[in-house]
Write a new protein. Structure first.
Length: 65
């Protein structure tokens, strides 16, 4: 899921630009921007939870003697 964050940044830029430029679609642009911000914040938490469910993670270095 985190790889989709780069694509969401394009949509966030679209929403913020639309909110800045137009007054007709301001509500749509604001809703779009808020929803994308929510996705950008929650994707890492979902990836962390899903990774723990699957048993994935960084391997710890074993101590050398």
């Amino acid at each position: 899921m985190p790889e989709y964050s780069f694509i969401l940044c394009v949509y966030l830029l679209h929403g913020l630009t639309l909110a800045y430029i137009t007054t007709d679609a301001f509500a749509f642009a604001l809703i779009e921007s808020v929803l994308i911000c929510i996705l950008l914040v929650t994707f890492p938490f979902y990836a962390r939870k899903r990774g723990r469910e699957l048993g994935l993670g960084l391997k710890k270095k074993s101590e050398q003697k």
